[in-house]
Design a protein around this ligand. Structure first.
Ligand code: HEC
Length: 275
């Protein structure tokens, strides 16, 4: 345990020095592999249950009859149903949406912004004269993402940062968000999910940041529904009494971009169940 803490402290100083995304990635993953040498890389796809043996048994039992099955079915139905003009969501994704979750979020050169799957879904609807989904925490949009994740399970995360200063800037903003202390409690994401990963906070084991997002959307018993990653981000901001950002805000998209790039090689496990 002491060794873990020392390693984490060393790391804490490092991000202030300018490093390329590839250097950040090696350092970030190395940190978790050093701190948890017995946890295989792929296990980090399971969030806190990679580290919490007790919680893991309950989780495995829940995953035998997945509470998100109806969401995947609904997502598939919506995904395949043609719009009024005969096109469908599949027309807006590479490979017609199948087995591509590991490449999201992606940098979009046309808009100069990071696009999550949710953004592409709503943009696709608008372009085809359908109303975009307004509910971005759960519901149909979460169900579609659940279906797309389901078709990509086991594929190693492969988000890229193209050679474009705007892509690098988005990555840097996401990274900065991750390490910035905020809220009345003055906690950064890294304080809980890097420095204290595997430790308990109230009744919950803190998930390691490595793997963050690959299991989303998530059916969380505490929510009672299948929720999006940005719903989780908002919850984490609120926990430290910081003002949450809007769903699909630039701040959260950039944060998702950083976290997803740090997950390079970790298999997609979404959708998933959580306590
Ligand atoms: C005060 C501690 C704390 C801070 C700060 C915090 N979180 Fe969390 N976070 C939690 C707890 C508790 C959970 C639920 C248990 C778990 O899965 O870690 C959680 C869960 C998550 C999950 C879900 C993991 C999974 O696999 O289900 C993600 C993703 C996440 N946090 C991201 C973030 C990000 C990004 C930030 C910074 C904006 C952040 N958190 C800040 C406490 C925190």
């Amino acid at each position: 345990m002491r060794k873990t803490i020392l390693l984490l402290l060393t790391f804490w100083i490092a991000p202030t020095v300018f490093a390329s995304p590839a250097e950040d990635l090696a350092q970030f993953q190395g940190l978790f592999h050093n701190a948890f040498p017995n946890i295989p890389n792929a296990e980090f796809a399971n969030g806190a249950y990679a580290l919490d043996q007790e919680g893991r048994e309950n989780w495995k039992a829940i995953e035998e009859f997945p509470p998100y099955d109806p969401n995947v079915d609904n997502g598939k139905k919506i995904f395949e149903k043609p719009f009024a003009n005969g096109k469908s969501l599949a027309d807006c994704f590479p490979n017609r949406g199948i087995g591509i979750r590991q490449t999201f979020p992606r940098f979009d050169a046309a808009s100069g912004q990071v696009q999550t799957m949710e953004v592409v879904i709503n943009q696709c609807r608008t372009e085809n004269n359908e109303k975009p989904y307004e509910e971005l925490s759960k519901g149909n949009i979460a169900d579609v993402v659940a279906y797309l994740a389901f078709t990509s399970r086991g594929k190693p995360m492969a988000v890229t940062i193209p050679d474009d200063p705007r892509a690098l800037a988005a990555y840097e903003k996401g990274k900065h968000f991750f390490y910035t202390k905020r809220g009345q409690l003055n906690f950064a994401c890294a304080d809980c999910h890097v420095n204290n990963a595997g430790k308990k906070i109230r009744s919950e084991t803190l998930s390691p940041a490595l793997g963050h997002g690959v299991g989303f959307p998530t059916y969380r018993s505490a929510w009672g529904f299948l929720g999006t990653l940005h719903h989780r981000y908002r919850g984490c901001n609120e926990q430290v009494r910081a003002k949450p950002f809007a769903y699909q805000s630039e701040e959260y998209r950039d944060l998702e971009y950083f976290e997803a790039y740090m997950n390079t090689g970790i298999p997609v496990s979404g959708p998933s169940a959580r306590k």
